[in-house]
Ligand binder design. Structure first.
Ligand code: NDP
Ligand code: 8X3
Length: 249
């Protein structure tokens, strides 16, 4: 199951995992994108693809959507990629908007929790490789100017990855955290509320990561031998040395 499969990392994960023969549950809020992707994957990769359209922020809807998955899917769910997330706004903390703060905390922290709690019982049922891959961020490792609440939400993902690894150890559920640096997806367009020029400027003068880089990382984590878990991986553009140090040429 991949949350946020309608764009960016989630979509690239869906494409790569399907190409390797994984059946998928793809989720997101934009149903037309989910349906188009499911059709494309089913045609090209010939795997079973189920779409489940829901907002991760809505606890009741999350529980209903996961509860409504077909029985054969519920009993065969082996990997959850907690990818759905966003930044909204970037600026000094005292100028922050409550609505932006709520959207980031509700999606990146509470949404990840709601989905995980609903899916973990299914992972426990699966007889085989069980794993949760959380998409954190370099913003969950270091803070940067104007990153405040987004960084806090990703620090929470980092903490939850560590906590899940402890709590789920008895159930042989591997837990991994991927912390990417700057990657060109729809992320900045969402962050800057549709301002394409500002979004594009984020990637000026250097070569950012692309979504496929993260999908390949997720696949690597999911295909380690049974006795190996990669706990945490920070993956950056070669031109980025830390959250706020970029070589723009
Ligand atoms: P995109 O904006 O391209 O994709 C985000 C995905 O999350 C979309 O599929 C969107 O689907 C989904 N999503 C957002 N909010 C919700 C919601 N409330 N309910 C369900 N799905 C939701 O961004 P990325 O692919 O870049 O981001 C993916 C993850 O990677 C995020 O957690 C982000 O914080 C993280 N990240 C991104 C980096 C970057 O530089 N791009 C770097 C480090 C981490 P829909 O709108 O259809 O609901
Ligand atoms: C997204 C990367 O550096 O814009 O998590 O916060 S950054």
């Amino acid at each position: 199951m991949i949350t946020g499969a309608t764009a960016g990392f989630g979509k690239a994960c869906a494409e790569l995992f399907a190409s390797k023969g994984y059946s998928l549950v793809i989720t997101g809020r934009r149903n037309e994108r989910l349906l188009a992707l499911a059709q494309e994957l089913a045609m090209n990769a010939k795997v079973e693809v189920i779409t489940s359209c829901f907002d991760v922020c809505d606890e009741k809807v999350v529980n209903e959507a996961i509860g409504a998955l077909p029985e054969n899917v519920q009993s065969n769910l082996s990997i959850l990629i907690n990818n759905a997330g966003l930044a909204v706004g970037r600026g000094p903390i005292d100028e922050g908007l409550t609505d932006d703060w709520n959207r980031m905390i509700d999606t990146n922290v509470k949404g990840l929790l709601y989905v995980s709690r609903a899916v973990i019982p299914l992972l426990k049922r699966f007889d085989g490789h069980r794993q949760i891959i959380n998409i954190g961020s370099v913003a969950g490792k270091e803070v940067y100017p104007g990153g405040n609440v987004y960084c806090a939400s990703k620090f929470a993902v980092d903490a939850l990855s560590k906590a899940m690894r402890i709590d789920l150890l008895p159930y042989h559920i591997k837990v991994s955290n991927i912390a990417p640096g700057a990657a060109e997806t729809e992320f900045s367009l969402v962050r800057f509320k549709g301002d394409q020029q500002t979004a594009d400027a984020m990637y000026d003068g250097f070569e950012p990561l692309i979504a496929k880089d993260i999908a390949e990382t997720a696949l690597f984590l999911a295909t380690r031998p049974a006795h190996v878990n990669i706990n945490d991986i920070v993956i950056m553009p070669a031109a980025q040395a830390s959250a706020s140090v970029l070589l723009r040429e």
